[in-house]
Design a protein around this ligand. Structure first.
Ligand SMILES: [Zn+2]
Length: 246
């Protein structure tokens, strides 16, 4: 009786471990691009949206050790043969991308692409002068993410097109640079939305599909999501397998 209970306990523990540490997934080619997705970086709780700064710094150190080549999304598009390219992306335009992430990116020489929703509500947004300063640093590229952070599949075509085009114009004006990249809010889109992006001059767009693969269709590029609670080992699994848990 006791031994069968022990066995059941052991199996449960093993299943939990394999579900939270996906060593069993195949290891991806180390030369393929790693495109990471973040949102918020600020002190406090580690959540799906927020990575505390000390953990973010630890991840940058891990990335530095693995000798990736930091690039913005556009730079990766222009140089598809970069060795071990790494693109860090932030969605939405949280003000803490300037106050907490930018100083760390500068400290370790990493680049990033930030996808801005200029009228997103419910978050503290980046200020225009902060956007300008980051853009002028040459380390940060800004891309579009619709004006109001809308789910493109839930609005009519006129609204979708206006949200896309206005965000591209506004981001280009805020960053004083052409806006050639885009992230689909919530990762939701239909083929017609990719066409709208192409017509608006967007060259590369990212989704939230967790895959490590060659770039392929430049308007459907997958990204690896980094949960704020991921520990060192789990971050290693994200970089090598694309995800760490089921
Ligand atoms: Zn978003």
């Amino acid at each position: 009786m006791t031994s069968s209970l022990l066995l059941a306990g052991f199996i449960l523990l093993l299943v939990w471990f394999l579900a939270h540490y996906n060593f069993w997934r195949p290891v991806a080619d180390p030369k393929l691009p790693r495109i990471l997705m973040y949102h918020s970086v600020e002190p406090g709780e580690a959540t799906g949206m927020n990575v505390p700064p000390e953990r973010f710094e630890q991840q940058l150190l891990q990335l530095q050790k693995r000798r990736y080549t930091p690039a913005t999304l556009s730079e990766l598009g222009r140089n598809p043969t970069l060795n071990k390219p790494l693109v860090i992306t932030f969605d939405d335009g949280f003000r803490n991308n300037y106050t907490h992430a930018f100083p760390l990116l500068k400290k370790y020489g990493f680049k990033a692409t930030i996808f801005l929703s200029p009228q997103i509500s419910d978050i503290e947004r980046l200020e225009p002068e902060e956007i300008r300063e980051m853009s002028e640093s040459g380390l940060i590229e800004f891309g579009g993410h619709t004006m109001n952070h809308i789910n493109l599949t839930k609005v009519d075509d006129t609204t979708a097109r206006r949200e896309i085009e206005e965000s591209i114009k506004t981001v280009a004006s805020l960053a004083s640079n052409p806006c050639r990249t885009f992230a689909y809010p919530f990762g939701r889109y239909l083929p017609k939305h990719s066409d709208m992006l192409r017509e608006a001059g967007i060259e590369m767009a990212v989704t939230v599909k967790k895959r490590i693969r060659p770039l392929g269709n430049l308007l459907e590029i997958p990204r690896l999501s980094v949960h704020g609670g991921a520990n060192r080992l789990q971050f290693h699994l994200i970089l090598t397998r694309g995800r760490y848990r089921v």
